[in-house]
Design a protein around this ligand. Structure first.
Ligand SMILES: NC(=O)c1ccc[n+]([C@@H]2O[C@H](COP(=O)([O-])OP(=O)(O)OC[C@H]3O[C@@H](n4cnc5c(N)ncnc54)[C@H](O)[C@@H]3O)[C@@H](O)[C@H]2O)c1
Length: 435
């Protein structure tokens, strides 16, 4: 049993802390947001993540999981300090490291025993060295014995707990091999491959992985747009491609493009790093352009179908950037809504989990209690997030309440023939009909 501290109690930090506690460790979760900490202590989770609440409560009751805003309390007995604070996009697309800096400074000001600082936040290559520099500079005169390890996180929102407990691999990077080995011990019970590299390589593995996944999505979206013009069906194309073991079928679903709290900022940050160091990130640039155009293309196709958006009512199904999360950061729905509102559309929406979060930055959207209320008087219904509960809607019932029978299936969730036979005009992504 080890004592460790996880700094930042967001999607990554809270899941990581709860999982490490469940593996038998004593874990202090630390956040500067005191309200968040007070709520978690009372069993109110700051995010929706399947299984998280039960895991947190179980480990609090077992006396292994603690929540605090006090750095001294969290770090007093901890031999490991995981950094899991946000690294949002800065003005030029670079990663904003202000929160990481704050944590490094607080560690330098608080700790007086040997410590391994482990970076879980997604940070530009070289940040591990920079964190060490900050701590060393602040401790001039009374040096701190510490090592820095990069441990990028690959969990996905919506399946964070399962992903943490059954990872494809754990990546650890450090110039101090012994420190990396010590961190590896924390993961041994997960029985997964552990890849140990130098610090900068580990940092790059995270960016390269996210950029590659975003590339696959932009690739299939580009293919989808060609399919649409040529009478091919991208769903079948994906199936045919994905059956090839060299390709595989993950991240090969055409749709409204990638969003969320990671891909957009990470692809941008990697491109920014490349330019800063004199290389031309041509592919990354194209990947981002295709993604941006994917949303605009949907708006263009809907405008064509409706004549214009002026005074039209558009119903949106799904606001989170993907199912099983309430995260709406860079969600396709948010951009689509803004684009259509700018052209005069009135928006009604429903999401099983994300309406409370979304209504904070979408004040002009009328939130509804279910898909059928969304459809009332609507000129078009757009499926944006493929939540399970949208799979089997009663299309006859929807038809009765809509003003115009137009459905845009932004995730290719439904069978076009089924929808058309109910009397709708069906628009999907890359589902060309034979010419
Ligand atoms: N969300 C994901 O799915 C995911 C997956 C892999 C990696 N990551 C990376 O992990 C990092 C964290 O992402 P997230 O989505 O969990 O962020 P988040 O915004 O949900 O949470 C960050 C937390 O850090 C806290 N914080 C900020 N400054 C602090 C400080 N000085 N001291 C203590 N707490 C502080 C905030 O209050 C917040 O609660 C990012 O770098 C992200 O790119 C995220």
């Amino acid at each position: 049993m080890e004592t460790l501290c996880v700094v930042g109690t967001g999607y990554v930090g809270l899941s990581t802390g709860a999982c490490f506690a469940d593996l038998g460790n004593r874990v202090f979760c630390l956040d500067i947001d005191e309200e968040k900490i007070a709520n978690i202590r009372q069993g109110i989770m700051p995010i929706y993540e399947p299984g998280l609440k039960e895991l947190v409560e179980r480990n609090i009751h077992a006396g292994r999981l603690f929540f605090t805003s006090d750095y001294s309390e969290a770090l007093k007995d901890s031999r490991y300090a995981f950094i899991a604070v946000g690294t949002p996009s800065g003005v030029d697309g670079e990663a904003d490291l202000q929160y990481v800096r704050q944590v490094a400074e607080m560690i330098a000001d608080t700790v007086n025993h040997q410590l391994i600082v482990i970076n879980k936040s997604t940070v530009p290559v070289g940040t591990g060295d920079w964190v060490a520099e900050i701590i060393n500079k602040r401790r001039e005169g009374s040096p701190l014995a510490f090592s820095v390890v990069s441990n990028p996180e690959f969990l996905r929102e919506g399946s964070a707990i399962t992903d943490f407990m059954s990872p494809d691999r754990v990546v650890l990077g450090s110039e101090d091999r012994q420190a990396a080995n010590q961190v590896a011990q924390l993961y041994l019970s997960l029985r997964c491959p552990i890849i140990i590299t130098n610090l900068r390589t580990a940092e790059m593995i995270k960016y390269a992985s996210n950029a590659f996944l975003a590339t696959r999505i932009s690739f299939i979206n580009e293919i989808a747009n060609i399919c649409e013009e040529l009478g091919a069906d991208v769903r079948e194309v994906s199936r045919g491609m994905g059956a090839d073991k060299r390709i595989g079928n993950a991240f090969l679903d055409a749709g409204l493009g990638w969003g969320g709290s990671c891909f957009p900022k990470d692809v941008k940050a990697l491109a920014h790093m490349a330019v800063l160091h004199g290389t031309q990130p041509q592919l990354l640039q194209a990947v981002m352009d295709i993604n941006r155009n994917q949303r605009r293309r949907v708006v263009m196709r809907l405008r064509k179908e409706l004549g214009s958006f002026q005074d039209k009512v558009v119903g949106i199904l799904g606001l989170s950037f993907k199912p099983n999360t309430d995260d709406t950061r860079e969600a396709p729905a948010v951009e689509l809504i803004h684009l259509m509102q700018n052209e005069g559309a009135m928006i009604r929406a429903y999401d099983p989990q994300a309406m409370e979060v979304a209504s904070r930055h979408l004040p002009r959207v009328q939130m509804c209690s279910d898909p059928y209320q969304v459809a009332e008087g609507a000129d078009a219904l757009v499926l944006v997030t493929e939540w399970n509960e949208f799979k089997n809607l009663d299309f006859e019932k929807l038809l009765q309440v809509m003003r115009k029978p137009v459905i845009f299936d932004g995730r290719n969730l439904w069978e076009p023939e089924r929808i058309r036979s109910s009397g709708f005009t069906y628009l999907g992504i890359g589902r060309g009909t034979s010419i």
